[in-house]
Design a protein around this ligand. Sequence first.
Ligand code: HEM
Length: 220
Amino acid sequence: MKQVYIYKKFERFWHWSQAALILFLALTGFEIHGSFSLLGFEKAVLFHRIASYLLLALIAFSIFWHFTTGEWKQYIPTISKLKEQIQYYTVGIFKNAPHPTIKSARKKLNPLQAMTYLGFKLLMAPVMILTGLLYLYYKTFDVNDIIVVSDIPLEWIAWAHTLGAWLLMAFIIVHVYMTTTGHTVTTNIKAMITGWELLEEDEQKDSETNEVDEIKKEIS
Ligand code: HEM
């Protein structure tokens, strides 16, 4: 086994602060929705707004980070080994079968993760941000007579935003379950806290060999 530095400092900061903000937005959001009473409606609205601005700032920094470091490439979708990965999660994992894909610093995500996280970034997050901003500035749009927006009833926007919140909660439950499917139950979570992950040395070599092969393929 070999310790590999897999998650960089900003990446870990971004991951955990995004998780905390989303959970806090869910807590305050569902209080606004009327699901329960904890902070009180006014405070829930105020805190939901503050947290949403913080999330927007964090997302802006993370987009910048992904592009300047080239880490965005981790999310390029591929169907290579996708079937094997689905088979692993649905059948193999319960029979102690080996992981069908190899993890390395250059390839942190298996094909299913890459696709899911890309969906989160390109679909789920934009829907929450767009409906949230429409909700936030609805009155402003209305006063300034921005036709397209003020023609949409506010209830529809609230409904879409709440549906997005439910989907996001489902995503988080599946995501947390998936994080327990590493070498041990806590391997992946520990790696996202410390940055380091214990990977099989052979796997590491294999992955490096695979990567060299891939680079060769790309060049030829
Ligand atoms: C940048 C992102 C977001 C923005 C701009 C935003 C904005 C808003 C606004 C303006 C409201 C209405 C309350 C108010 O007037 O302040 C609201 C309600 C709500 N938000 Fe968000 N939000 C965002 C992200 C989230 C996230 C990530 C969640 C959950 C995971 C969430 C869940 C909810 C829920 C459940 C409601 C109540 C909807 C209703 O029943 O009317 N929001 N949000």
